[in-house]
Write a protein that binds this ligand. Structure first.
Ligand code: GTP
Ligand code: SPV
Ligand code: MN
Length: 588
């Protein structure tokens, strides 16, 4: 027996002693195991069968109505030194964190089965992949982990060979929001999550491991764990460039990753390949380029807004073998959500009550589908490449109703890191709390960075070591609004036009004008054939508003200062450089 198996057995015994389950089940990830779990969940109402003619192998899960999103105020990073967690995280000392949550775990699995779920984040044979084991009392979590990760026997075999694995302990507890904690102990490669069965709170391989713990590991090992989609953009010449993009939760990663080019582009031979839709692990290769893998094996995607016109590839992916969480259903038992636009209507809402539009939407705004990436028609064969894919461009973006143009390019890596660090976006339904509130969400990692943002920015800057051939960095904003409160840019498939310009810049072929905030395309630099843009859109999307940006840069300066002396001077200098450039062009 390998040393890690011994460590695993010891931990399982320890957890069983603490939580007191009736039975322990080691998951092998097989079809037989899954069928038995599904049957059991159907019998106890955890899963509701959907129309098997239209959606074979698909199920509906209704979560507790108070457990529908991530809970950032209950999410903690427990490092020995508070400063190592940083002002961007809620902190508890490891001793206090363990004590607090272990008291909740004490005896919590009485009457329940404890599932031991070995998983691998990333292709089983990739040196960039990392393994973990989640112990959970939720069969729904097991079924989701089976889709979202490489789960079961192969992962266990890999763990046996490795020096460490991430330990994740999870219980749904009483699903009481007052008795809910998502605790991370990055120094111990440990996660303890209690009281929620939902998404990022409960599928511990995802945000807890692949971002919070992994970002901490990545810092010491010289790589990056990011909240980014990865796509391959194939041009008519058959060349594919890979792009990684960080947008905050519910800000368009899944949609961009599965983009279908506009008609004219399709005819010409443009194609987008999906490598990943949420998380990206990347590190410099021997040639100095950044190589990326998607640590996940499935999509946990936002259902509302997914339609044949907005994201046909997602819609095709979820016709079978899909778990839907908190969507509505039609009279003939098909899943339904706002914006599905398929001519059907809901009769039952996500809480299982008769649909009443005046009461609540049919689908919860953060309702989701869980589906294997293999079902996606544009899933990239390169997603399984153990070496990863070379990244040509990194894109940052958020929901910015004003000020921020459609796209701009950072002048160099340091400027790009500042652009990422200064990212702002309106909050969404992916986390509990108010929606539509503007906040800084650096690199879309505000809820997910497992250490001090000041150190994180320094780590990003350190990649520019003179040897690496780093990607160009861009910023996009699909969400600029007009006077009427409507989006000025059509978005979705049309976003390809912006990606084309980016790759043109990477290849030194596309034109831009230099401004203090970066390189902007003019209206002529983007192919806008066949898009109808209002005069307001044409004016604002390509606009650089000097006084507005001066105020924005001042606010960015204050934000950086908020991190105190740990904030890298290079970033503060970069902010000052831009302020000076803005002031220099001030009309007298
Ligand atoms: P997480 O899974 O929470 O990390 O979200 P995500 O970043 O993958 O977001 P997703 O692609 O699921 O999109 C979230 C919402 O934004 C959906 O309602 C989409 O319809 C909408 N959306 C995505 N892309 C665009 C776009 O280009 N323009 C507009 N206006 N809306 C978009
Ligand atoms: C997000 O909130 O960014 C998600 C969904 O991708 S969750 O898995 O709940 O984190
Ligand atoms: Mn996400």
């Amino acid at each position: 027996m390998g040393s890690q198996l011994a460590a695993l057995n010891e931990w399982v015994t320890e957890v069983a002693e603490l939580t007191g389950p009736d039975a322990i089940h080691w998951c092998d990830g097989s079809d037989v195991e899954n069928a038995a779990l599904v049957a059991q969940m159907q019998a106890d109402g955890t899963l509701i069968e959907l129309n098997q003619q239209t959606h074979p192998g698909s199920w509906l899960h209704r979560s507790d109505p108070d457990d529908v999103a991530r809970v950032e105020h209950l999410t903690f990073v427990c490092t020995t030194e508070q400063d190592d967690a940083g002002p961007n995280n809620h902190w508890m000392s490891p001793a206090d964190g363990h004590a607090k949550v272990d008291a909740l775990f004490d005896g919590c699995m009485a009457g329940r089965t404890m599932y031991v779920v070995p998983y691998c984040m990333g292709p089983i044979d990739s040196p960039l992949s990392r393994c973990g084991v989640e112990i959970t009392d939720s069969p729904y979590v097991v079924a989701n982990m089976r889709i979202m990760t490489r789960m079961g026997a192969p992962a266990l075999a890999r763990i046996e060979q490795e020096k460490s694995f991430v330990k994740g302990l999870h219980s749904v507890g009483e699903l009481d929001p007052e008795r809910r904690f998502i605790m991370h102990f990055p120094e111990e490669l440990t996660i303890k999550s209690y009281g929620s069965g939902y998404g990022g709170n409960a599928l511990l391989g995802k945000k807890c491991h692949a971002l919070r713990i992994a970002s901490h590991q990545a810092k010491s090992e010289g790589w990056l764990a990011e909240h980014m989609l990865i796509l391959g953009l194939e041009n008519p010449q058959g060349e594919t460039h890979y792009i990684a993009a960080a947008f905050p939760s519910a800000c368009g990663k899944t949609n961009l990753a599965m983009l279908i080019p506009p008609e004219g582009y399709r005819v010409d031979g443009w194609k987008v390949w999906t490598v990943g839709d949420d998380i990206c692990w990347m590190r410099p290769g021997s040639d100095g380029r950044l190589y990326a893998i998607n640590p996940e094996a499935g999509f946990f995607g936002v259902a509302p807004g997914t339609s044949a016109s907005s994201n046909p590839n997602a819609l095709k992916s979820i016709q079978s073998n899909t778990i839907f969480t908190n969507v509505g259903v039609t009279a003939d038992n098909q899943p339904w959500w706002e914006g599905i636009d398929n001519g059907m209507s809901p009769v039952t809402d996500w809480r299982g009550e008769p649909y009443d539009a005046s009461k609540r939407p049919a689908a919860h705004p953060n309702s989701r589908f869980t589906v294997s990436a293999k079902q996606c028609p544009c899933y990239s064969p390169e997603a399984e490449n153990p070496a990863g894919v070379p990244i040509s461009a990194i894109v940052f973006g958020g929901r910015r109703p004003s000020l921020v143009p459609l796209v701009f390019e950072a002048r160099d890596w340091t400027h790009g890191v500042l652009v990422g660090a200064a990212m702002g976006s309106e909050t969404t339904a992916a986390a509990s709390g108010a929606v539509g509130v503007m906040r800084r969400d650096p690199m879309a990692m505000k809820p997910f960075c497992g250490y001090n943002f000041a150190d994180y920015f320094a780590h990003w800057l350190s990649l520019d070591d003179g040897r690496n051939k780093l990607p160009k960095i861009f910023h996009v904003n699909w969400f600029r609004k007009g006077e009427d409160g409507k989006f000025l840019w059509p978005g979705f498939g049309e976003n390809l036009r912006v990606l084309e310009w980016m790759i043109g810049r990477v290849k030194d072929e596309a034109h831009a004008i230099e401004t203090p905030i970066g390189h902007l395309p003019t209206l002529d630099d983007l192919n806008l054939d066949g898009v109808s843009l209002s005069d307001e859109a044409r004016a604002k999307l390509f606009d650089f508003d000097r006084p507005g940006w001066k105020a924005e840069l001042d606010s960015i300066g204050d934000y950086l200062e908020g991190y105190g002396p740990r904030m890298p001077q290079a970033l503060k200098d970069e902010q000052q450089r831009i302020v000076k450039a803005l002031v220099a062009i001030e009309p007298s």
